[in-house]
Design a protein around this ligand. Sequence first.
Ligand code: BLA
Length: 243
Amino acid sequence: MFDSFLEELHTQLHSRGAEALPIPEGLAECHSTRSSSVIRSWLWTLPGIRRWRVTRLDAGESLQVLNSVAYPDYSRDQPLLGIDLLWFGSRQKLVAVLDFQPLLQTPAYLAHHLDELRLLHKQFPDLSGEETMRSYDPHQYFSPWLLFCRGGAEQAHGSLPVAFSAFLDRYWALHDRPQIATGIEPLDVPLLQSNYDAYSAERDPAHGLFTSHFGKTWSDRFLHEFLFPGHEKVPVLTNESSP
Ligand code: BLA
């Protein structure tokens, strides 16, 4: 379902000079022993982005996933890029989340970094459904203008491909802007990014899913060593009231 998106993302990463980073032993690919599910991941670094991870899960008709997070260099205070696309084929159900994930929730930070996303949010109303979050807090590391849709085939084949391209395009535009100070001390960026990992490792609703396909031992390692390796560096803090 999302292979054309994966290809589009990888083509752009290559055109931006992406180089592969090593993935911990055994985590780049895993085949379920119980079903035909396969999970495959890639890890990149490129100018201005220290770590860009990409994961594709193929569980046939029951589930297809494309998940990706970009962590900018520590010298940049821009939001992380976050992509989580899920297609439950047997139920024809789509969950699509595209966000510029903010390091801070202050008005100055949001105004500076999220204008482009605000325009996309307006442009794609059927993907911007004000959905309720069950496991995450929408005020931590999610922007007020994320594209978040629980929909079906109409959105998956209609607006999502257009929105996906526009979303990548707008993130590159944000990335290419001159860097100016927005009130975060450079030293705080590593802490805020690690805190994102700690928060996400605790809340990610995918852990049960991974365990059911690939077993608990592999899933624990994948979550801690690949998806959110920064989680060890900090206790879970809120980013709501940071400077
Ligand atoms: C929801 N994401 C989900 C769900 C699953 C995944 C199973 C629950 C589905 C549902 O609510 O119906 C799957 N998450 C994954 C997978 C990976 C993962 C397979 O991390 C890893 C390979 N999630 C992200 C990122 C964003 C994100 C980067 O990983 C932001 C763009 C958002 N996922 C997100 C949100 C929900 C979700 C907001 C709804 C959760 C909620 O209701 O609280």
